[in-house]
Structure formats: C-alpha cells, structure tokens
Design a protein around this ligand. Structure first.
Ligand SMILES: [Zn+2]
Length: 431
C-alpha cells in the first residue's frame, strides 16, 4: 500500500518548498509532492499542523558497540535516534577497540542491517588504533561502507600525520572529521579556562587549545584540497576561523552541538555537576552567542549531538574523574525548536538545512529531497507538542543528560526511513 502524508507544512529549501502539501510515498521513494493528491489506494497520515522535512541526520554519535554494550548498542542508539527524529546517524569509530579496518566497518554495517531501525553510517578511524602514528586502512574501510574518517575522542596531534591523512582522503574524495584539541594546551583541563575554572578550583582548558587545531587543519585542507569537517566547535574564535576559511573558498564545514548552543559555563554557578562536563567544555556566554550567530548565518553548517552515553556510576564521581560528554539524540530537536524556531530566530528552512541537508552534504551522503524520485527518508515534527524530558522515557541505554526535567516545545512524531516507519505517533517501531 502507498502512504500519503496529508496536509503537512512541507519544507525543503533544496527545492524552494515551504507550503502546505501532500507527499505520496511509493516503493520506498517519494512519488509526488503536491496539493490535494488523490488518496485512493493509500494509507493516509494526517499531518495537519505538522512540519514535514527531509529525514534528519546526526553525523556525530557514539554508539559504544563494540566494547561498551552496557552503555549503548547499535540497536538502542538507533532507537534513540528514531525517538529523537533522526532517520540516519553516523557512528564515530572510538569504540573499544577503534573501528580502523575494513572488517570492523563491515561488522558495524552488518550489525546495523540486522539491529538498527534507522540508517547507521560508520565513520572509520584516520590512524591505526586512533593512536595518531600510522595511517589506518582508509581504502578498505571505504570499500566496506565507511562514509568519513575521524580520530574523534582525541585529535590527531601531529600536523605531519594530519597532512598524510588528508592527502590520502583527498585521493579517495572522502571527508576528514577533526576533533580539534591540542593536548599540550588542553592539558588536564576539565572546564573552560577562565573565571569559572578559577572559582571552581578546577583545571581549565583554554579555547585556544581548539582554535590552533581549527586553524592548522583549515590550512592543511587548503594545502591538500581535502574536504574537512570540524566537529563540535565551542568558541567564538573557532567560528571566526571557519568564516574566514569559507570566504577564501576552502572546502570546510562545521558542526555545533545543542549543548554548546544552549548552555555556557555560567550553568556551573554553585554546582559541580558532572552532567555539564563535556569536551570541548562549555565556554562563555559570549562564545555561546557567537556559535548561535554562526549557525544562523550559515558559517556553521550543522547541528550534531556528539551523543555520548556514559553510566551513572561513571558520571557520579569526583569532577576530575568523571567522563566527558552527554547523551543528545533524544533532546536535540526539542532544544533547537524551543530555543531557535519557536523564538523565530531560525526558520524551518534553516532548521532543515542544519539538521538534514548540510550533514549529508558535509559527508557526501546521498541527497534526500522532498521531490519525486528521492528516497522516502522523512521526519515529521509537531512544533507545538510539549515535551517533558524524562530519563525513564529515553530509548538510549544511558541517561546522562543535563536537560532531564526540562519542559520543551516541539518533537518528532514520525520518522520514515526508505518508506518504512521507524517512529510512529511518537513511539519507536519494532524491527
Ligand atoms: Zn570529539
């Protein structure tokens, strides 16, 4: 049976569309987008009051499988993605052990085919074991389905090694994703270096630990011609470097996380909350405002969650010892809708660009358009829905989120992947 999405606000700037329309889905593809389409022979989903956009993609998630299946698996991470409104995720390779060979990429692809309700695209390691010493099997990993390469978790420290990785990536026309952190400058810093680190009595990590690598990798991308994507930018200075690089025509894209957009170090006032401990750290209100501005003007291309599941027993330790990172898949859409769309800072077209279109472009994934012939990967959002963030409602195995307890506005009600429901009426569909 065909599926007809009836009367939603269909938004896709790729085809200059923002209007109430119907979407007909046939054999996994979008067959037609138009007004008052014939419903005969169709299952009809009433989308009145909903926003219908190309399926959202989170290009930066940690699924923890293989190695830490107690925290997350490909199955639970994919369910969390569907619950959050994502039709696809890209899985970072810093598992135990890292994904640095064709065989390991094949494991992710096969496990995802069996277990995942949304598309899972593996990202391979740049260097063997993510040690920064020798090139990983980039060609073999590409052949098995890797979509990009990164040593995320820690950056490649040597500029020479980074150049080799980029030369190689350029030859294959694939993307390098940089975790920008100079370890000699970041040292043992656990929060932003400045007034807050001083008042908390904790070691600070300065913004320049990120910015020197942003600058270095932009220069190396210019030299090598490699397509570069900069992960989780956290400072005004980083955003400015990307702005200048784009003005010079360098092939660079960048992402920002919801926590760096909507939280800053002032959240620490009077509390040593390890749920606010992330890498890079939450920086100043000025940095946060600059990141929002850079996202809205297109300097920063995408929102990505850096979904980082950790156990309660690990997070509930002394601040210095607790791991960095928070889960993000299930709160990203409500956070962006509440803070940017509902306040009319961001249009739905910009939303679709930042969460669906730009992530695919950054990694050269197959385009999805609200037009006939495209894969029917679609996210449907109820912009008015009230969402109480409740840990026991998470599909993720981990609940380390500082947003638990908030009431937000806007959530995905349906996710369609290749014409099949992954999320329906707000509930994840069983495989
Ligand atoms: Zn990272």
């Amino acid at each position: 049976m065909n599926l007809l999405l009836k009367g939603g606000r269909v938004v896709d700037p790729q085809v200059e569309l923002d209007q109430v329309a119907d979407v007909l889905i046939k054999d996994g593809l979008i067959a037609e987008v138009g007004v008052d389409l014939d419903t005969a022979g169709c299952e009809v989903l009433d989308c009145t009051g909903r926003v219908v956009v190309p399926g959202l993609v989170d290009l930066h998630v940690h699924l923890r499988e293989p190695g830490r299946e107690d925290l997350e698996t490909i199955r639970t991470g994919a369910r969390a993605a569907a619950r959050g409104g994502f039709s696809a995720v890209c899985a970072m390779p810093n598992t135990v052990s890292p994904i640095d060979s064709g065989a390991k990429v094949r494991f992710i692809v096969e496990r995802a085919a069996a277990d995942a309700i949304v598309r899972v695209h593996p990202i391979g390691a740049c260097t063997t074991g993510q040690k920064g010493e020798s090139l990983a099997e980039i060609g073999d990993m590409l052949a098995e389905g890797a979509v990009a390469f990164s040593d995320d978790g820690r950056g490649v420290q040597s500029a020479g090694m980074t150049r080799r990785v980029m030369d190689y990536a350029k030859a294959f026309e694939t993307t390098i994703i940089s975790h920008c952190e100079d370890e000699s400058l970041a040292a043992s810093g656990v929060v932003n270096e400045g007034a807050v680190s001083t008042s908390m009595g904790l070691a600070g990590q300065p913004a320049i630990a990120e910015e020197v690598i942003v600058a270095r990798d932009i220069m190396l991308a210019e030299l090598t011609g490699c397509r570069l994507h900069l992960a989780h930018l956290s400072s005004a200075g980083s955003a400015e470097l990307v702005r200048q690089a784009k003005a010079r025509g360098i092939r660079v894209s960048a992402e920002v996380t919801p926590h760096h957009l909507f939280l800053d170090e002032n959240a620490f006032a009077g509390r040593y909350d390890t749920y606010l401990k992330m890498n890079p750290p939450l920086r100043t209100a000025n940095d946060r405002e600059a990141l929002v501005a850079a996202l809205l003007d297109g300097t920063i291309d995408c929102v990505a969650t850096d979904h980082a599941p950790h156990g309660l027993h690990e997070k509930e330790r002394e601040f210095e010892l607790a791991p960095f990172g928070i889960t993000g898949l299930e709160t990203a859409v409500p956070l962006v809708v509440t803070n940017l769309v509902a306040t009319e800072k961001m249009s739905w077209s910009q939303f679709a660009r930042a969460l669906a279109i730009a992530p695919r472009a950054a990694l050269g994934l197959v385009e999805v358009k609200m037009a006939s012939g495209s894969d029917a990967d679609i996210t449907i959002i109820d912009p008015e829905a009230e969402v109480k963030v409740e840990a026991d409602r998470f599909e993720s195995k981990s609940v380390n989120s500082p947003f638990v307890g908030l009431t937000l506005k806007g959530r995905a009600t349906e996710v369609i992947v290749g014409g099949r429901f992954a999320l329906r009426s707000g509930e994840v569909v069983s495989l």
